[in-house]
Design a protein around this ligand. Sequence first.
Ligand code: NAD
Length: 420
Amino acid sequence: MTTIASPDATELQTVTHSYEAAAGAIGLADDLRTVLAQPYREIAAQVPVRMDGGGLRVFTAYRVQHNGALGPFKGGLRYHPQVDLDEVRALAAAMTWKTALTGLPFGGGKGGMTLDCKELSEGERQRATRGAMRGLEKVLGPMRDIMAPDMGTGPQEMAWLMDEYSRLVGHTPAIVTGKPLDLGGTCGRVEATGEGVAIAAREAAREAGLELPGARVAVQGFGNVGSHAADALHRLGCVVVGVSDIEGAVYNPGGLDVGELVRRARAGIAGHDGLDVERITNEELLGVECEVLVPAAVGGVIHAGNADAVRARMVVEGANNPTTPGGDAILNERGVTVVPDILANAGGVIVSYLEWIQNTQNVQWKLAQVQQELEQRMTDAFGVTHARSLHERCTLREAAHRVGLERVAAALRLRGFDIY
Ligand code: NAD
């Protein structure tokens, strides 16, 4: 297994850096600045799980609700061996700016459980997931806080969460999004984040004068976001030259067989037998000759120690916090366009919102309607961000955070956040 080189900042430092910069730029008043610098609520729940062998393991489920001025808290639930409260805090705050930037009536939250899915049987994973819901249930609700998939979780975990909540309080499909289609999920949710990454890349390429057909793309992480982003970019005419997962990367300067890689990833087939590929490391993947680089795995992978090696003209952040402030400064100096995470990977939460609407109204939309809404909301968010960056001569990241922060601050003021 390849490890990703160590970052020069934690995810919390990365998110805090963007927040402080935006707060300074928009002249955010000190009182609001103090409130928004901290999460509204954090909980850590004990999750005891009876293992198949008879022993007991105790996991911890975290939920951080950063800010709910614009609506119920919204954000994924992550399972990963390195998840800790600081990481969940960072991800929750980023959700606040993301939902605000994309004009959704949601606040920001995030959950996590420190576990390695590969070490657990399906039964153990189900008991841990149901335990997390029982531990967190008091602060969740379809009008309070709605979870969704993130790294290590998917439709099956959402089904278990929905079922456990429904056992406790009655049938409530809107308690989580990203559910299977047969259980109140929406068409287009599974691929939404990756499709949104491709829309963001297309818009940014147009502004940068980069022709996408024929452009070379490298994608780090080939899970939900990375594989669908690669597939969508391939359909836009890009040549996908490199992809990776936690085991390492494959590369072919003439183009990989994306369809076959996606098929194998979906079927859980490991290895690349019969494919014309060169094996490289995750670190090498970041430096391959390409026009578009999509980090879609973990945070902190592009940092002050390796940003000089990035050859791409554009970095489109599928993952959350993949670029540290040090890495970001180097990319900016070198004229690399960076489409920030809160914009580039917002497709997931946008379609989660559409799922939540369908659940609360008890209706089922057609795929075309979901795709049209996703397209409209992604292009609107890109347009607002790009216009702001031109107007204020700042980066897309700075512009996106200024727009998001302004909207949240305005909602807080209107609500009267300081009356108690
Ligand atoms: P996933 O679990 O489906 O896939 C993660 C991929 O990253 C896998 O291919 C895995 O092998 C790889 N990976 C994990 N650790 C790695 C490491 N150390 N080095 C290299 N590769 C590694 O997760 P996902 O849902 O695709 O999420 C990926 C990223 O996108 C995360 O940062 C997540 O927060 C973000 N994101 C996800 C969604 C969503 O809807 N799923 C929405 C917005 C943002």
